[in-house]
Design a binder for this molecule. Structure first.
Ligand code: FUB
Length: 344
């Protein structure tokens, strides 16, 4: 239900039929990365603001400046805003656009991973550290070496290894890195350097993290997403190919790589048998929400699995003013996920 349709939406009716309600209403929030640390739920969202930037296909209107951590004692309890956890003024290397973050915990320390544009206008991924899951976080002076693009998601595997998944098309700049260096040509074009429809789609990246979680431990590798015949998804396969919002979770020993298809607005998933893939496309987790973007995380809490996602219902359809939500997801016996409709 992307924004070309919003003038036809009756928001009262839509909210009544919505799968779930906004978790917080006093600020706009998006891109919720949820984790269960020490028996409590912590959500690391983007903090949407209206900075007066005009809408464009590069996402200039997503001009966020800080992060707030939202916590919940249990899945049905009140969501609490713990205030500013990190502000862009306190990140030496970052100039603008604090987009979708993630966090993780290691040895009692908490790490916030976040993308932002540096002073050359290039998206990089930074790390900030705290003794508390709600911050305040102290940013490293420089972004992660060899980091690029957006939407970091850091998965901890059962053997104690941590992996960062990342990448995003158009304003997320992934297509500008095809040769390994940033291509600054045609700066106003979101689609320059996207492969032709019949060629394989651009792929997201994964890198194992160093022991201190502050750097990559290896050069980032592409993640293959295959169709049912073992071929790479094609660039023109907009309803299935990767666009942004990577996430990785495990279910019954399998690795589920999930992501947004961007301009077709689905949250999809693909399954593999190790953290690097390849992953085989399996289906949709969430149908389109109100608003252009769709972004999610998946978190296991006391034996159940929850999808954290967002839509633009709270702002009555304003693309860059979103609200975070949650809903339970269920698997079939064969491991496939039952697709959720955000509005019944
Ligand atoms: O919130 C800014 C961007 O919008 C995120 O990085 C994308 O995933 C999309 O949700």
């Amino acid at each position: 239900m992307p924004e070309d349709n919003i003038e036809h939406i009756n928001f009262e009716e839509l909210n009544q039929n919505a799968l779930s309600a906004p978790l917080v209403r006093h600020i706009y929030t998006a891109d919720p990365s949820a984790h269960y640390f020490n028996g409590k739920i912590y959500i690391y969202p983007s903090h949407d603001v209206d900075a007066g930037e005009a809408f464009d296909d590069l996402g200039s209107h997503f001009a966020m400046e800080d992060y707030h951590v939202i916590s919940m004692d249990s899945i049905d309890s009140e969501a609490v805003d713990n205030g500013i956890a990190l502000h862009i003024d306190d990140v030496q290397w970052a100039k603008q656009q604090m987009w979708a973050p993630d966090a993780n915990e290691k040895n009692g320390k908490f790490y916030l991973f976040f993308p932002a544009k540096d002073y050359d206008g290039i998206f990089r991924i930074g790390v900030a550290v705290s003794d508390s899951p709600i911050g305040p976080f102290k940013a490293q002076p420089n972004p992660i070496k060899e980091s690029f693009s957006i939407d970091p998601a850091v998965f901890k595997d059962e053997d104690g290894s941590y992996y960062m998944y990342f990448g995003g098309l158009w304003g997320g700049q992934l297509q500008r890195w095809r040769s390994g260096v940033f291509n600054a040509d045609q700066p106003e074009s979101p689609t320059a350097f996207i492969p032709d429809d019949k060629d394989p789609a651009l792929l997201p990246f994964v890198a194992k993290m160093s022991d201190d979680l502050l750097e990559f431990d290896e050069k980032p590798k592409e993640i293959q997403i295959l169709d049912e015949n073992g071929a790479l998804l094609l660039s023109g396969d907009n309803e299935r190919r990767f666009f942004e919002a990577a996430w990785l979770h495990k279910h019954n020993g399998n690795y589920y790589f999930s992501y947004s298809t961007g301009d077709t607005h689905f949250i999809c998933y693909a399954i593999g048998d190790n953290p690097y893939g390849p992953f085989t496309y399996k289906g949709r987790i969430l149908n389109p929400v109100v608003g252009w973007t769709s972004h999610h995380s998946i978190c296991q809490i006391e034996g159940k699995t929850y999808l954290f996602y967002h839509d633009s219902s709270l702002s009555k359809g304003v693309t860059h003013l979103r609200c975070i939500k949650k809903a339970e997801i269920n698997y079939r016996e064969d491991g496939s996920i039952i697709t959720l409709d955000p509005y019944q």
